[in-house]
Design a protein around this ligand. Structure first.
Ligand code: S3P
Ligand code: PEP
Length: 407
């Protein structure tokens, strides 16, 4: 379904309830399978979290997680230790192009029985669950932090815990710290010193405990962009957020200050306020927050300002090659973008073509990142329902902050 988006009367003040963090939810759903005593609140209603929950509950010997990267990586580790179970874990066409070898090698080094069904190094994979005895392994840490989180999530159930040595530069560190913090919340002890992470074994039954998932910060990024592109005085309130977030994308608060957006926390809400215009060129290293790169690039394009983004080496292996997708779509709109394997430079520009049809490449973030541009000029978003991967009610919420959407 293609939709046309344009500005209608933007309300000066509006409120949105954003669904739970997909990253926290997918970790906690797995932990709940290992520690059934815990209960969860505000779990994400995203496709990826629903697929994760379904996969954990399924007794089928084929598990298909479609486009869900975290589900693919976390379940690889989960099924590897599920004694007596044999599963083929597969996904979408794109998932079959997203590498998994670093994680599979690490699990095999620990003694797991995993083989490739089609292409070496990529899903689908066949996993025969067994008890893993070894407790030390090293892996490359500069490709995806999800491999590391996957190992950490099962670590406390290994007989001797786990000692992980991270090789090379570590990417997306806040996601690793999120995993360790959630383990801590359920009573699993760990340490992260230099490049070594140690997780202690934990076989004790936990006290029943409810963990409340914070709302999703990556989803909040689209409202930061909307406020940045709106008139001074515009406010949007988002819930439910916590004072000390585990999500690295909460870096949005500092990043969008540079666009004249102030964030005020009150109880469990954050209010984004446009306080000033700032058209200075921007420069950010996003190695710790890769999922907000598209949002920031489009904000800058809509404002006509130059933008230099670095630390983007993981973008090539996400739902699509996000660097190429950004370049192609921004250039269709009349912009100019230079990309390397890990950076993007957007040239300043002074016009945006009208009614351009934005391709979304099966990538929810392409659809959501380009949507705020409709505040400047009408645009078409192709395959709009792609947003359900992380944020199923995105288009309804956009209507409520004053966008006109037609099919
Ligand atoms: O662990 C997680 O929940 C995630 C880690 C990041 O991936 P990489 O570590 O591959 O960059 C991020 O892009 C993804 O959306 C979610
Ligand atoms: C990269 C993402 O997800 P995943 O890797 O879990 O598919 C994302 O949501 O932007």
């Amino acid at each position: 379904m293609h939709i046309t988006l344009q500005k209608s009367k933007t309300a000066k003040q509006s409120s949105i309830q954003i669904t739970g963090s997909k990253s926290e939810s997918n970790r906690l759903l797995l932990l709940k399978a290992l520690y059934p005593e815990i209960s969860l609140d505000n779990v994400s209603n995203s496709d990826d979290s629903q697929l994760m929950a379904k996969a954990l509950a399924s007794s089928s010997n084929i598990v298909d997680i479609n486009h869900a990267g975290t589900a693919m990586r976390f379940l690889t580790a989960f099924f590897a230790v599920l004694e007596g179970r044999e599963v083929v874990l597969t996904g979408s066409k794109r998932m079959k192009e997203r590498p998994i070898k670093i994680l599979v090698n690490a699990l095999q080094d620990l003694g797991a029985d995993i083989s490739y069904v089609e292409n070496e190094g990529f899903p689908p994979i066949k996993i025969k669950g067994k008890k893993l005895i070894k407790n030390k392994v090293s892996l490359k840490a500069n490709v995806s932090s999800q491999y590391i989180s996957a190992l950490l999530l099962i670590a406390s159930k290994l007989e001797n815990g786990l000692e992980l040595t991270l090789e090379g530069e570590v990417t997306s560190i806040p996601y690793i710290k999120m995993t360790l913090s959630l383990l801590d919340e359920i009573g699993v002890e760990s340490s992260f010193i230099n490049n070594t992470i140690t997780v202690k074994p934990n076989t004790k039954t936990q006290k029943p405990k409810t963990l409340t998932v914070e709302s999703d910060w990556s989803s909040a990024s689209y409202y930061f962009s909307i406020v940045a592109l709106s008139d001074v005085g515009t406010e949007i309130t988002l819930s439910s957020y916590k004072e000390n977030s585990l999500q690295g994308d909460s870096a949005l608060i500092d990043i969008y200050k540079a666009f004249g957006v102030e964030t005020v926390s009150y109880k469990n809400t954050i209010t984004l306020k446009k306080v000033s215009e700032n058209k200075e060129p921007k420069s950010f290293n996003l190695v710790n927050a890769p999922d907000i790169a598209q949002t920031i690039a489009v904000t800058c394009f809509a404002l006509g300002i130059a933008c230099d983004l670095t630390g983007l080496h993981t973008l090539k292996i996400k739902e699509t090659d996000r660097l190429v997708a950004l370049k192609v779509e921004i250039e269709k709109l009349g912009g100019k973008v230079d990309i390397t394997n890990d950076s993007l430079y957007l040239h300043p520009s002074n016009s945006i073509k009208e009614m351009v049809s934005i391709a979304t490449y099966h990538d929810h973030r392409m659809a959501m990142a380009f949507a705020p541009l409709a505040l400047k000029t009408p645009i078409i978003i192709e395959d709009a329902m792609v947003v359900s991967k992380s944020y199923p009610t995105f288009w309804d919420d956009l209507k409520s902050v004053g966008f006109k959407i037609t099919q």
